[in-house]
Write a protein that binds this ligand. Structure first.
Ligand code: AMP
Length: 330
């Protein structure tokens, strides 16, 4: 087991012990890791410290991982004053879904994104980790005499690791990721049910996929991209989450080492960009367009058709240079 950062983890545990009320939050537009890590952590704390009040409080939810039984608690402002706020899986405080975190007495950050703009009174960040869920499992095992993991917590945490590591496929997946996931599996998780929840789609969704395959484009040097326009979102009655998920339909094209989805905001001129890559790094590109993220999964925003085209051109140049100077890509 990795006992790096033991001191910081100990400080976090001590802080948790100090408070009677703990409020847990995550980033907006939550994914499997955001929901899994917050719900898993809350379950562990409730089980281990039954006298404490532990809440997961956010302002938006995910249909995709609704099977993890997300907590939809709403708390009055007064409840924050003597509470500890634990922010998980959220690189920068402006991405927190629950804006009331500022009212909490102290803030702990637990995260696996690059720590560009630090926040929190105690911050434990390991950006080499596959997922925040992996860190929560590590935390629970570091203090295994004091923290109780249940099958329910294991299900949440396994789901987060599986989704954020691309089903154990991304390069962030380490031996430790597998060992920690193995520990969770030993709780008797029903993998078929977990993966069915993640993979099964309505029949209509496959028709939508066929449509998207017809619309996507690939640049000269292999950048696959699609613009999910307002009209498309209306025509196919897409939720924000469904529109955002279109990125995953572009991920398996041979020779396409960068892929982009531009999601038009139905309410203003902003276009959210989701950037993904294999082999080559794209978070610097995201930063150039006001965003950031991981080496191979990042996000940004563009504000006009010209800026959108510039981002595609920049991505194309990155792909061209990478292919010219490297071997082994596919
Ligand atoms: P997404 O495409 O929204 O799933 O984002 C992929 C990763 O990029 C996330 O894990 C975030 O850490 C990061 N990210 C997305 N959007 C932004 C942004 N506007 N600023 C900084 N980081 C972002």
């Amino acid at each position: 087991m990795d006992n790096k950062n033991f001191e910081i983890k100990k400080q976090i545990l001590d802080k948790i012990k100090e408070y009677d009320r703990i409020i847990i939050g995550r980033h907006f537009r939550p994914d499997g890791d955001a929901v899994g890590s917050t719900m898993g952590f809350a379950t562990i704390l409730r089980e281990s410290f039954p006298k404490k009040e532990v809440f997961v409080v956010n302002e938006d939810y995910s249909d995709y991982v609704a099977f993890l039984d997300d907590d939809k608690t709403v708390l009055a402002d007064e409840a924050y004053a003597d509470a500890l706020f634990v922010a998980i899986d959220t690189g920068t405080s402006d991405r927190l879904s629950n804006k009331k975190y500022v009212l909490a007495k102290e803030i702990v950050k637990i995260d696996h994104h690059v720590d560009n703009i630090p926040y929190g009174d105690i911050s434990w960040v390991e950006d080499r980790r596959s997922s925040a869920c992996e860190m929560i499992v590590d935390f629970a095992l570091t203090f295994k005499d004091e923290l109780k993991v249940t099958k329910r917590a294991a299900e949440c945490l396994f789901t987060g690791i599986a989704t954020d590591s691309g089903r154990f496929r991304f390069s962030s997946t380490s031996g430790e990721t597998m060992r920690l996931a193995g520990y969770l599996l030993d709780f008797g998780l029903d993998l078929e049910t977990i993966y069915s929840n993640l993979y099964l789609e309505e029949f209509d969704y496959f028709k939508f996929q066929a449509y998207i395959f017809g619309q996507m484009k690939v640049t000269e040097n292999g950048v696959a991209y699609i613009v999910v326009t307002r009209e498309m979102q209306k025509e196919w009655n897409l939720s924000n989450e469904e529109a955002s998920n279109v990125i995953s339909l572009l991920n398996s094209i041979k020779g396409s080492i960068i892929w982009l989805a531009f999601i038009e905001n139905p309410f203003d001129e902003e276009v959210r960009v989701r950037l993904r890559s294999r082999f080559v790094t794209i978070n610097k590109l995201a930063e150039k367009y006001g965003g950031g993220g991981h080496e191979c999964a990042a996000g940004a925003t563009v504000h006009s058709a010209e800026e959108l085209q510039c981002l595609i051109d920049d991505a194309d140049a990155i792909s061209r240079d990478y292919k010219a100077n490297n071997t082994g890509w596919m």
